[in-house]
Design a protein around this ligand. Structure first.
Ligand code: MN
Length: 698
């Protein structure tokens, strides 16, 4: 029996396979498949699939025995004794994949995945056996009850088919997908399969003509080549229809062509010849020879305008590339050759497995591990970690700001800096797979409009826009309401006495939609509170009464846009202050004695009484001028005293005085309030070189 399909083996190996077969038959005696066949038919079929990939005798032996540890009394030690340790390890590896009891479906898949990949990392033959096992189970799925059928097909499509694809096992990959399609969507599969059959019938003649034309052209150009027509697998056609929302009639390229040549230069010669024969479709050319796919696949792909109005897809490759395209990682066994591309593929696969193993050792959670593994199977996304080890999937190109908003809107809105893998990096840094991202937030921080230039997710973009719009508006409306109340106060009335009629008249007159809009305008300084107050009162036809001083507006320093601090006098808490309304700028706070206020001081429409809140929680800029004896190291002494007094230096300029004996230092410092400033100045006076200190207010 093994002679027929394992003829590549030595006679003694075949004898051992016979022994293994009988051992398995014996162990499984009395067990039957859902189809009613004796159980041993299954391991035999699995071994047969692997023999087609020319796997070595150990792997075939293990395939024959792959279910005995799981389903019978046979132990690993017994297998090791009879068939050697390597075979026992392989059987054990496969068995472990099936053995674990799972709590949830999601966990079940993930755990499977983890175990499988762990096993793979030790020996890729374990996964080849597992894939062959799954392929045979899928081929015989009709015998299984419908509910289980669906579950197995789903799992195969989600997990096993992508692995087969990643390992370049093209034949297995396509067959798995087509079988899943048949069991998951039976109706669609039937319709599509029928449509495809008739389309292929109709096009047979066309295909024959194209093949002829290509062969003639290549012969004329003296390129040795094998030219084949190629049927695409059903699921890939279905996937294309679904992804591109196409009707079947629009999926014209159900037939492909493949040209196999002797070396790489011939590939490009062939490409040139084809483009001379039929016009290439712009954007339809891909060079996977120069840039191979992750699974080692190499070929040239081109799309051409065919002779009968439908596009032609052509793959061009060498014989070596063809072998890898068909069997991927298994081509190592299939073609025992010293070809460097095969060695390269082996090495790449090994690296991939190794990296998975490294990730695995760092995390015990299998759902998490599944997410890790998706890295390589789903290249359009990046997977990154929160500091607590949760995994987030983001589109490729995402930045820490996208990450912050993905975690929580508040984290995004308060984000000020980021550490990636414990290193501070700019917020615009592109995230990479496996990055550990730690967002640093500050309670008063706000989104920066600049972020819109580099965020990559719709969520982050929308949240930033939303914040900038509403928060600024809300702040302004809030301060506007206080300003209006104060203005009404000076007119001896209050907001409460203004009627709805007065408001609606005002809105109508000024062409504004809502009361909040008016208040926001006041807060932004686009309208004057006093003017609005007067107009409201005028609309009530009430008499204007004598003014009396209004209660001052309280300033906390955290009002935002609508309240700003004058750059001339740098007011700090403790200073007597006044508020000036500037058109379009909201309220500007000056010190009471600021020399730049000038005439405005007496304009009651522009000046407002303001006072500091009893406690402010912000640092304010203040300017001081220090005259010192011009000696080496004075600046350092001054700076040290300032730092000791818990202040920051925002800016410093040193101007030498005439004669070089003295120098003037102009500092901008950040202080909490006047006592803080006084403390700093006291400390500075204690430096012997300091002659004079003054606060600057213009
Ligand atoms: Mn099995």
């Amino acid at each position: 029996m093994f002679k027929e399909w394992a003829g590549y083996l030595k006679p003694e190996d075949m004898t051992r396979l016979e022994t293994a077969y009988h051992f398995s038959e014996n162990a499984h005696s009395g067990q039957f498949r859902a189809s009613g066949e004796p159980y041993v038919s299954h391991p035999l079929a699995v071994a047969n699939i692997l023999a087609q990939l020319h796997l070595d005798p150990q792997a075939l032996t293990a395939a024959l025995l792959h279910d005995v540890m799981e389903d019978t009394e046979v132990s690993k030690a017994e297998i090791a004794k009879k068939f050697g340790n390597p075979v026992a390890e392989l059987v054990d590896g496969v068995s472990k994949l099936d053995r674990i009891e799972f709590e949830t479906k999601e966990e079940a898949q993930a755990e499977n995945f983890r175990k499988m990949l762990l096993a793979m990392a030790r020996d890729v033959r374990v996964i080849l056996i597992k894939l062959a096992d799954r392929l045979h189970n899928m081929r015989t799925l009709d015998a299984v009850p419908p509910a289980k059928r669906y579950r197995v097909a789903r799992e195969t499509l989600d997990i096993y088919a992508p692995i087969a694809n990643r390992l370049g096992l093209n034949g297995i990959y396509q067959e798995l997908e087509d079988l899943c399609f048949r069991h998951l969507y039976p109706a669609r599969q039937r319709v599509l399969s029928k449509a495809l059959k008739s389309a292929r019938g109709n096009r047979r003649e066309v295909v024959g003509k194209v093949l002829d034309a290509i062969r003639k052209k290549l012969a004329h150009d003296k390129v040795e080549a094998v030219v084949q027509g190629r049927e695409k697998h059903l699921f890939s056609i279905y996937r294309k229809m679904r992804e591109k929302q196409l009707a079947f009639a629009k999926v014209l390229d159900v037939f492909g062509f493949r040209i196999i040549v002797k070396d790489v230069p011939s590939c490009y010669l062939t490409l040139g010849a084809l483009h001379g024969l039929y016009k290439p479709i712009p954007g339809g050319f891909k060079d996977y020879i120069a840039i191979p796919k992750a699974n080692g696949y190499q070929s040239l792909h081109t799309k051409l305008f065919g002779p009968f109005g439908s596009p032609l897809e052509v793959q061009i490759r060498t014989q070596e590339m063809h072998k890898i395209a068909e069997a991927g990682v298994a081509s190592h066994w299939l073609y025992k050759s010293s070809d460097s591309s095969l060695n390269d593929l082996q090495q790449k696969t090994h690296q991939w497995l190794q990296s998975l193993l490294e990730i695995q050792s760092g995390s015990g959670d299998s759902v998490e591990f599944l997410e890790h593994v998706k890295f390589d199977l789903f290249p359009d996304e990046v997977y990154v970690f929160t500091p607590k080890g949760r995994i987030l999937a983001l589109p490729r190109g995402a930045t820490p700001v996208d990450f912050a908003y993905a975690v929580h809107t508040d984290i995004g809105n308060r984000c000020v800096a980021v550490k990636i893998n414990d290193e501070l990096v700019p917020l615009r840094t592109e995230l990479r797979n496996g990055d550990r991202v730690e967002i640093i937030t500050a309670s008063h921080a706000k989104p920066n409009p600049m972020w819109l230039n580099y965020v990559n997710t719709g969520r982050a973009r929308a949240q930033i826009r939303h914040f900038l719009k509403t928060v600024q508006y809300e702040e302004s409306a809030h301060i506007g309401e206080r300003l209006l109340n104060q203005a009404l106060g000076t007119l001896q009335t209050s907001n409460g006495t203004i009627t709805e009629t007065q408001w609606s008249k005002l809105l109508k007159d000024s062409g504004v939609k809502s009361r909040r809009d008016i208040l926001a305008d006041i807060g932004l300084g686009k309208r004057l509170g006093v003017v609005v107050a007067r107009r409201l009162l005028a609309l009530s036809e009430a008499h204007l009464v004598e003014r009396k001083p209004a209660a001052p507006i309280v300033i906390r320093g955290t009002e935002g846009m609508a309240v700003q601090f004058a750059q001339c006098c740098h007011p700090i808490p403790g200073d007597p202050i006044i508020g000036l309304i500037n058109k379009g700028q909201g309220m500007l706070i000056h010190t009471h004695d600021c020399p730049l206020i000038g005439k405005t001081r007496s304009d009651p429409d522009k000046v407002f009484d303001v006072e500091w809140a009893p406690e402010t929680k912000k640092l304010f800029n203040v300017s001081i001028r220090i005259v010192v004896i011009n000696q080496q190291g004075v600046l350092a002494k001054v700076a040290a005293e300032i730092a000791d007094a818990d202040s920051n230096i925002d800016n410093v300029a040193v101007v030498p005085e005439a004669g070089d004996q003295y120098a003037t230092m102009n500092f901008t410092l950040q202080v909490a309030n006047r006592p803080h400033l006084a403390k700093i100045m006291r400390a500075l006076r204690s430096i012997p070189e300091v002659i004079r200190i003054t606060r600057v207010k213009n």
